[in-house]
Every structure is written in structure tokens, then in C-alpha cells.
Design a protein around this ligand. Structure first.
Ligand code: PLP
Length: 378
């Protein structure tokens, strides 16, 4: 059996996405800016994609900027707002559990003189809302809080944050939320999304910019994307993103129901059969993520043992797994080193089945038992 459980790192493209992209590469090669019919055909297709993505976010077509990835959307939101509003204040509020695409941008802005306030989370990665409320003052120009945490799946109360933001601009990194929870009419001013987390192509993202929010141009040139991000559009990428959206968004409820079913089945099985575990994901988290510490083991060793059985999981965030050191998310949640060391993230898609979970349960149980017998157990 082959079981892919690393869907928060990236997903397998839908076959239809691959087919539509291939066709776009073959047929839609005209530059969307060209005035002849080949250009117009590309422009029309890009426009339809923009319209669909806008609908998925409860937005208008001219509020969508296509980008090259979620990271670009996050960086753009943070740098753009910070620089545009630096005369109004110098404080930026974020959380300790953001993706590096936000945290590293904050570090750069800190060096430029901005003051960054990091909001704490509890042991299930829930944001300290009192601390957030107290932090918002008249110097606050930007709040950036993710919609769903990528390592444990905690859903952040972004609609509440949007109501309490005051005069600050509110950005949410919805890379793990889009296609998993409803992202329409959240009240956020800026929303980052990425195609490869919803079975679209890698290297394709978007940023929702609410009308009236002044985001300066950050790639200047031919004036594409309403002059905000110049550069000839990635037509096949946009077509792929659109195709993925059109499958994932209307079917959100059935997809999520399937993810919940397999996630809960695996969790119940692990709780039933394996002792000395710590469930790091909250019960009301996103259906796509299940993070568990198998105490007395090392997540990385378990990962490679499971790989030999064709089961693919992650120890934390894949995007940061090439950086030495422990997960900043699990550390912020107050986990002990031993608990962080034994953490595994299972992340699901609608394609996973109960039959697969029986296989995974068996293999995880065997891997943990073997490790504990051979390694030192606490
Ligand atoms: N934000 C979050 C929460 C993520 O999980 C990721 C990727 O894992 C990103 C941003 C970066 O997205 P991309 O890989 O499209 O740059």
C-alpha cells in the first residue's frame, strides 16, 4: 500500500489540473497583454480564473493579485503595509506560531525599526486573545495572524480579530485554511493563499487585497495585476490554480467530511493501541491535520521507518524541516523537548481512506514499539 499523509506540506495535483495546464501550455501561449486574438484568449482565461478565486473568497475580481506562492503573498502583505503605513505607526502584531514566511519577514522589518509584538498561544495553539486585545494600540499598523496553523491545525478566530483590529490592517495567512474552512467574508484586509495546498500547481499563489487598502507596487514593469505585480502572467499556473479551486471549493464540505472521518479513525486507533502519546492538535482543529507526540521516540526516525512501508508523513512543518532545531510552534505551545522530538504530523486529503488508516495504524504501532524496545524509553 502507498499512503500519502503529508498533504499540509503539499498535495498531489488533481489529474484534471494537470490536463488543463497541459492544454493551456499548448493552446494559451498568447501573452495576455497582446492585442490580437491569441492574447485575448489568454486574457479571458486569466480573467475567469480571477473571478472564480474572488468568488471563493467572497471578494471582487479586482481585489485578487496572482503571485508565485504563499510565501510571496505573505512577504508582500507584510512589507507592503509596513512601508506604506510607516508614518502612521511602527508596531506590527503577529503570533509566535506563524509560518516562517511571516516570521522571517517580521525579523527583516524589526531590523528596519518596526516593533514586533508576538502573541502567545496555549498548549493547543490557541491564540491568547486578551493579550492581543491589550497589544492593539494607536501605533499598531498591521496585525498578521494565520487562519489555520500548519503544524497542528488550530483554527484561529480571524473573524473576531477582524472586528477588534482598530485602525490597523489585518492580514491573514490562509495557506492552510483555504479549501479546508470557509474563507468567505472573513473581514480580513489581506489574505494569502497558495495553489499547491489544494491540489493545484506548486509555485502559484494569490493575495486578496481589500479595495481601499493601499499596497504599493512591489514588482514594477509592464503594469500587470493592476500595477501591483508586473510580469507576464503565469497562464498555465493560473489555469491550474483555477481548476483546483473549482474542484476543491464547491466540494469543501464533502472533502472535509472525508478528512475528518479518516483523521478521527486514525486518532481513535492510536489512542486505543499506543501508550504514552500526547495529542498536540485540538479536537476542534482543521480536519486536515493531526499532530501527535509518541513519547520516548524520535519523530525523524519514525518518519523514515514509515517511509520504508510507503507511508509518508512529516515531523513538523516540511518548509522548516531542513532547518536544524525544534519546531517553534510546538515550543510556543509549551511542549517539553522530549515531546517535540517525538512529534509526527499526519495530514490528510479527501483521497485518504479508512483502509489506508488501518495499514498506517499497524505500521505506526510497529515502528513505535520497535523504537521503544531498542531505543531508550524515557
Ligand atoms: N504559510 C503557511 C501557513 C504554510 O503552511 C506555507 C507552506 O507550507 C506557506 C505559508 C508558504 O506557502 P508556499 O509554499 O506556497 O510558499
Amino acid at each position: 500500500m502507498f499512503v500519502y499523509l503529508d498533504n499540509s506540506a503539499t498535495t498531489r495535483q488533481y489529474d484534471q489540473v494537470t490536463a488543463e495546464m497541459k492544454q493551456a501550455m499548448e493552446d494559451l501561449y498568447g501573452n495576455p497583454s497582446s492585442l490580437h486574438c491569441l492574447g485575448l484568449a489568454s486574457e479571458k482565461r486569466v480573467r475567469a480564473a480571477r473571478q472564480h478565486l474572488a468568488e471563493a473568497l467572497g471578494a471582487k475580481e479586482d481585489e485578487i493579485v496572482f503571485t508565485s506562492c504563499g510565501t510571496e503573498s505573505d512577504n508582500t502583505a507584510l512589507y507592503g503595509i509596513a512601508h506604506a503605513k510607516r508614518r502612521e505607526g511602527n508596531k506590527i502584531i503577529t503570533s509566535r506560531v506563524e509560518h516562517p514566511a511571516v516570521l522571517e519577514a517580521c525579523k527583516v522589518l524589526e531590523k528596519e525599526g518596526f516593533v514586533i509584538e508576538y502573541i502567545d498561544v496555549d498548549d493547543k495553539c490557541r491564540l491568547n486573545m486578551d493579550q492581543l486585545q491589550a497589544a492593539i494600540d494607536d501605533q499598531t499598523i498591521l496585525i498578521s495572524i494565520m487562519a489555520v496553523n500548519n503544524e497542528v491545525g488550530t483554527i484561529m478566530p480571524i473573524r473576531d480579530i477582524a472586528k477588534m483590529k482598530g485602525k490597523a490592517v489585518f492580514h491573514t495567512d490562509a495557506v492552510q485554511a483555504f479549501g479546508k474552512i470557509d474563507m468567505k467574508n472573513t473581514g480580513a484586509d489581506l489574505i494569502s493563499v497558495s495553489a499547491h495546498k489544494i491540489h493545484g500547481p506548486k509555485g502559484m499563489g494569490a493575495l486578496y487585497v481589500k479595495k481601499g487598502i493601499n499596497l504599493p507596487a512591489y514588482l514594477v514593469g509592464g503594469g500587470q495585476e493592476r500595477h501591483m505585480r508586473s510580469g507576464t502572467e503565469n497562464v498555465p499556473g493560473i489555469v491550474g490554480f483555477d481548476t483546483a479551486c473549482q474542484i476543491a471549493i464547491p466540494n469543501l464540505q464533502t472533502r472535509v467530511a472525508n478528512m475528518s472521518k479518516v483523521r478521527n479513525y486514525l486518532l481513535a486507533g492510536i489512542e486505543d493501541q499506543i501508550k504514552d502519546i500526547k495529542v498536540n492538535s485540538p479536537a476542534d482543529g482543521a480536519a486536515s491535520v493531526l499532530n501527535i507526540s509518541f513519547l520516548g521516540t524520535r519523530g525523524e526516525v519514525l518518519l523514515h521507518t514509515l517511509e520504508q512501508d510507503n507511508i509518508f508523513v512529516s515531523t513538523g512543518s516540511a518548509c522548516s524541516s531542513n532547518k536544524k532545531g525544534r519546531s517553534h510552534v510546538l515550543a510556543a505551545m509549551g511542549l517539553k523537548d522530549k515531546e517535540i522530538e517525538g512529534a509526527i504530523r499526519f495530514s490528510f486529503s479527501e483521497a485518504n481512506t479508512i483502509e489506508e488508516m488501518d495499514y498506517v495504524l499497524d505500521k505506526v504501532n510497529a515502528a513505535v514499539t520497535r523504537f521503544r524496545r531498542l531505543g531508550s524509553f524515557r
